[in-house]
Design a protein around this ligand. Sequence first.
Ligand SMILES: Nc1ncnc2c1ncn2[C@@H]1O[C@H](COP(=O)(O)OP(=O)(O)OP(=O)(O)O)[C@@H](O)[C@H]1O
Ligand code: SF4
Ligand SMILES: [Mg+2]
Length: 326
Amino acid sequence: MSGALLRVEHLSLDYRIGGRTVRALDGADLVLDEGASIGVVGESGSGKSTLGSAVGRLLPRAAHLAGGGVRVAGEPVFDLAPAALRRLRRELLGFVFQDPIASLDPTMRVGRQLRLVLGRRAGDKEVAGHLERVRLDPAVARAYPHQLSGGMAQRVAIAMAMATEPRLLVADEPTAALDSQVREEVLNVVFGLAAEAGAGIVWLSHDLPAVARRCERVAVMYGGRVVEEGPAAEVLGRPAHPYTAALARSAPAAAGPGTRLVPVPGRPPVLTGPAPGCAFAPRCAFAIDRCSRERPALARVGGQTVLCHRAGEPVLTAAREAEVDA
Ligand SMILES: Nc1ncnc2c1ncn2[C@@H]1O[C@H](COP(=O)(O)OP(=O)(O)OP(=O)(O)O)[C@@H](O)[C@H]1O
Ligand code: SF4
Ligand SMILES: [Mg+2]
C-alpha cells in the first residue's frame, strides 16, 4: 500500500429504504496525496456527497457498504472499531457541509462550541485566534448561530473543522448557499488555511469554474463511479471522457459573460444495483454495442485516468480537438 493520504478503492454503497435500493456508489476509485487538492464534480445524484461522507464513514443509517473500502493515511475506515474510527475522525479529518447553520448547535454560543472542539484547556485567547484565522471578529464567540449571516456561520464551521489541524478536509458544497462575493471570501479562507496547514482537500462541487481555479486535480463522477480523474487543467480543458466533455460544455471552466451553455442532454441514471455496462451509454453520442453490456475498466489517456471503452480512440480525440479549436 503506497503512502497516499486518501485511497477510495472500488467503493460500492447502497441506500436501502423500505424495500427499495439505490446504488449511490458503484465501484468508485479515488487517490489523493498528502497536501493535494481535488475537486469532485458531477451532476446531482452522481454520488459526490456519498463519497465525501464515506471518507469519514459519516453515512446515514440507510447506507450499506456493498463492496470495496476507504483508507485514510493507510487506516481502513470501514473496518475500524468505533473508538479507532472516532480517533481517526478527530485526529485526521475535518468536514464542512453546505448548510453551516445546520452543522452548528443552535443552543450554544460559538465560543463554547469551538472550545469543545479544541479541548477543555482552550482559553478565550485561543478561541479568538481561531476566529481571527477565518477573518471573524473575536466578539463572534459570544453569538449564537442564528445571529450569524450564512457567510459568517460557514466561517465558524470552517474554523471548527480546521481547529484540530486535520490532514484532510472534506468540503461538501460549502459555498453553494452563499452569494458570489461571500463565496470567494469563504473559498479564500478554506484554501488558504488548508495550504498553510499542508492539509489535503476533497472539495465536492457543482461549480466547475471555481474548481478549475482552485484545485490541482479534478475527479468527475457519473453513476456512482469516478469516470475521469487527472490534473484540473487537462480534465476540464481537454476532457478524455465523453461525459466530462458534455459537462465542460454545459459549464465551461473558463466561462465568461455571454458564454452559451449547452445542457447535457438526457437524464442521469438512478441505479438499483451494479450497472451492467457504462452508466453513461444511454446519453453518449459515442456509445457502441459493448458499452451497455460491459463495464469499462480504467484506461490512461495522457495525464488522465478514464473509464470508457473508447478512451483514447481517434473519434473522441477528434471531437475534443474540434471543440478546443472552436
Ligand atoms: N439518505 C439517503 N437515502 C436514500 N438515498 C439517498 C440518500 N442520500 C443520497 N441518496 C441517493 O444516492 C444517490 C447519490 O446521491 P448523492 O447525494 O451522493 O449525490 P450528489 O452527487 O451529492 O448530488 P447533489 O449534487 O444533488 O448533492 C442519489 O440517487 C440519491 O438520491
Ligand atoms: S464507455 Fe461507451 S457509452 Fe460509456 S462513455 Fe465510453 S463510449 Fe460512451
Ligand atoms: Mg451532494
